[in-house]
Design a protein around this ligand. Structure first.
Ligand code: FAD
Ligand code: SF4
Ligand code: SF4
Length: 404
């Protein structure tokens, strides 16, 4: 067997709001009821179980980003080829394999038939980590490989996952019975199906099949890389959003409440990194993983500039006006390039950018659920989301919150 193992996966059970994290394909598909972040998440209890305490909203930034020990701006001194940013995520996992801390890393490889489609795999040798670097768009049943991993005798496992996967993983962690579980989380927002994503790519370039990389950068540009080495940067405001169908982003991804992966031991993103990566080390195990990088990584304090209130308030208006569709901006086309040029210069940056995005996502959750699934609001929306939205006048209505 090679360094990357992709055992067969069973069929998914039909579900409503679902990102097919893999639980419905496990031996007991009913486990979804206990595990799913779209049913009745209890972040306070889960944060206590994982980190020893829930987020403390008196501590700077925990209301927005969840419990953490420290935050860093970071980059691999030698960025890893093929990585989405500098490769901190896959390097941590490689070090866990190298040092014997784990026997396998559960993560997503590119599907051989479509490199943008995520395919769950277990990486069992360091060399295999190079094959999984970079970002795929869409979701795939990552957690369905936990049972095959256990059946193969793996007792120490690392999982790299997006928040909806990590929520379900943590909910089932005890019953899975691994001796050691390391959880490396990435933030996630605005995910969609791989099919929808191909449609988006086809609007961005005449030769979409030659696009090898896409990222929504913290400087308000989308960066595209092509097979021939070309790079194209498109300001967010010039993206062809109006050409996408209203349901381009599934309701799951417009209403999930955990942008920053609060139940991971370490979150590796870019939002607060001002062009570098952004790390949230959340507990002892996160510290242990960080120390495995030694001096391979350069770190500094994250910066913060600008004021988010106006940007978030404007976004909320647009979401409300779009009435369930994509937030189309009522801006004439000729103004867009100018605003696109101004945003990276005057818009929120660093941690303020990350706070901006977290608040925008919180607002989307409330507005979309209120429109499409009001009965779910009470169970799906944790109290801290309402606290985040109070400055914007978004308050829980009758029956929308357990507290109200
Ligand atoms: C759909 C999506 C949306 C994201 N949105 C944000 C965001 O808004 N803000 C932010 O700060 N960060 C976001 N991220 C995370 C970010 O893009 C980088 O993955 C992260 O910063 C790690 O970079 P790296 O160089 O350390 O990763 P690498 O070392 O290149 O490793 C990337 C890891 O992510 C895994 N992966 C790739 N695609 C998927 C997928 N579809 N599902 C699950 N795992 C996957 C790979 O298997 C690999 O293990 C998002 C990631 C995804 C998958
Ligand atoms: S997201 Fe996962 S836990 Fe939730 S319904 Fe789908 S398969 Fe089940
Ligand atoms: S946006 Fe939320 S629901 Fe959608 S894939 Fe990402 S974490 Fe899961």
């Amino acid at each position: 067997m090679g360094p990357v193992w992709a055992p067969p996966i069973g069929p998914a059970a039909p579900r409503g709001l679902c990102t097919d994290c893999g639980v419905s394909r496990m031996d007991d598909p009913k486990a979804c009821g206990r595990a799913c972040q779209f049913i009745k998440p209890d972040y306070i209890s889960m944060e206590i179980a994982v980190h020893g305490r829930a987020r403390d909203i008196r501590r700077v930034d925990e209301l927005h980003f969840g419990p953490f020990r420290r935050m860093l701006r970071a980059t691999m001194k030698t960025p890893l080829p093929g990585a989405q940013w500098s490769g901190i995520t896959t390097r941590i996992a490689a070090r866990l394999l190298e040092t014997g801390a784990v026997q396998a890393v559960l993560t997503m490889a590119p599907d051989p038939a479509d490199s943008w489609r995520p395919m769950p795999v277990l990486v069992t040798e360091v060399a295999g980590m190079a094959e999984v670097r970079g970002m795929r768009m869409g979701y795939a049943p990552l957690l369905a490989l936990l049972e095959p991993a256990r059946a193969r005798g793996f007792t120490r496992v690392a999982v790299i996952g997006i928040p909806c996967q990590v929520h379900a993983l943590r909910a089932l962690e005890k019953e899975l019975g691994f001796d050691r579980l390391y959880v490396i989380g990435t933030p996630c927002s605005d995910n969609t199906t791989t099919e929808n994503f191909h449609q988006f790519l086809s609007l961005l370039a005449e030769d979409p099949t030659t696009i090898t990389y896409l990222e929504f950068r913290a400087d308000y540009h989308v960066e595209l890389r092509f097979k021939d080495g070309r790079i194209k940067e498109i300001p967010f405001l010039k993206l062809p959003i109006s050409k996408l169908p209203a349901d381009f982003f599934p309701l799951t991804c417009r209403t999930c409440v955990d942008y920053t992966n609060v139940l991971a031991d370490i979150t590796v993103g870019y939002m607060g990194g001002e062009g570098q990566q952004w790390l949230l080390i959340r507990n002892d195990r996160g510290e242990e993983m960080m120390s495995l990088l030694g001096d391979e990584v350069a770190v500094s304090e994250p910066g913060s500039k600008g004021q988010r209130h106006g940007a978030v308030a404007g976004f909320i208006k647009n979401v409300a006006r779009a009435a369930g569709g994509l937030p189309l901006r009522g801006m004439p086309n000729w103004v867009r390039p100018i605003v696109g040029w101004l945003m990276p210069r005057i818009g929120p940056r660093g941690l303020e950018f990350a706070r901006t995005r977290v608040e925008m996502k919180a607002a989307e959750t409330v507005l979309h659920l209120r429109r499409q699934h009001p009965a779910r609001m009470r169970n799906m929306i944790p109290a801290h989301i309402w606290t985040l939205l109070k400055p914007y006048g978004i308050l829980p209505g009758d029956g929308e919150s357990k507290q109200a």
